[in-house]
Design a protein around this ligand. Structure first.
Ligand SMILES: [Zn+2]
Length: 173
């Protein structure tokens, strides 16, 4: 799909205003009925290589207007409407990619924790600690991969290892 038309910004703003007034009247009349918003413009999808157009509602135009006024206040360029919209296909692909990335991250994190625990899985007592240099690398990885409580994790492993090691030492004697 290509861009079929682009509405004059003043016309679009007028439609947005009229639409808002209509919505306010509906609210005033306490009519709960939901109305689909009219499409007042089409912007190209910003994803590289995608030729889809994204339908633009009056609400989106209003938000753009708010953003642009703020940008103008800061002496910055207004947003380029060729670079802000994303079509539903590309959005779905992005979510899938983010989900994959997140799964990778979780797997890497689990592998690093397992190695730091000396190969033992939770809740078994940890195995022997990796050598100090490797331990430092793993701890750094665990922090970088976004573990929510690395200090708590490191302490729990150390505590479990001390307790387990104590038992083992006693058993060996
Ligand atoms: Zn797209």
């Amino acid at each position: 799909m290509t861009r079929e038309y682009e509405m004059d910004p003043e016309v679009a703003a007028d439609i947005a205003l009229r639409n808002r007034t209509m919505r306010e009247r509906r609210h005033a009349a306490e009519t709960p009925a939901w109305q689909p918003q009219p499409i007042v413009a089409q912007w190209p999808c910003r994803a590289a290589g995608c030729t889809n157009a994204v339908e633009v509602t009056p609400d989106a135009l209003e938000r753009l207007d708010v953003f642009n006024r703020e940008l103008k206040r800061r002496n910055e360029e207004p947003l380029d409407t060729n670079k802000i919209a994303i079509c539903s296909d590309c959005q779905a692909k992005r979510w899938a990619m983010l989900a994959n990335r997140n799964r990778d991250r979780v797997e890497k994190l689990a592998a690093a924790i397992r190695e730091l625990r000396g190969g033992a899985m939770h809740p078994q007592p940890p195995g022997p600690a990796p050598n100090r240099a490797r331990e430092v690398v793993l701890m750094r990885d665990i922090i970088a991969l976004g573990h929510p409580d690395p200090d708590g994790l490191f302490k729990a492993i150390a505590d479990a290892r001390n307790a387990g090691g104590g038992r083992k030492a006693r058993g060996a004697l």
